[in-house]
Design a protein around this ligand. Structure first.
Ligand SMILES: [Zn+2]
Length: 80
């Protein structure tokens, strides 16, 4: 299982305006919290979850930690 952060973007569809970050499994468009996200929305590695916590979805954070009891710093799984 690989997790990524996918951005919830501004309702105008501007993909550079990140409202909040959600967690998706692999490249899913549905966040762990159930939110549907845009395919064009920015993606970044889940290891960046702690970088800007003010913009994180709290529900996704809780579910992510349940699925991933450690942050994968030292576990270099192959992407894809
Ligand atoms: Zn979420």
């Amino acid at each position: 299982m690989m997790h990524q952060m996918r951005a919830e973007t501004d309702p105008t569809g501007a993909t550079d305006s990140v409202v909040s970050w959600h967690i998706v499994r692999n490249a899913d468009l549905t966040a762990l919290c159930g939110r549907e996200l845009e395919a064009a929305a920015p993606l970044q590695d889940a290891t960046r979850w702690t970088v800007d916590p003010d913009h994180n979805c709290h529900t996704c954070g809780a579910l992510f930690l349940r699925e991933t009891p450690y942050l994968p710093d030292e576990h270099d799984e192959q992407a894809g």
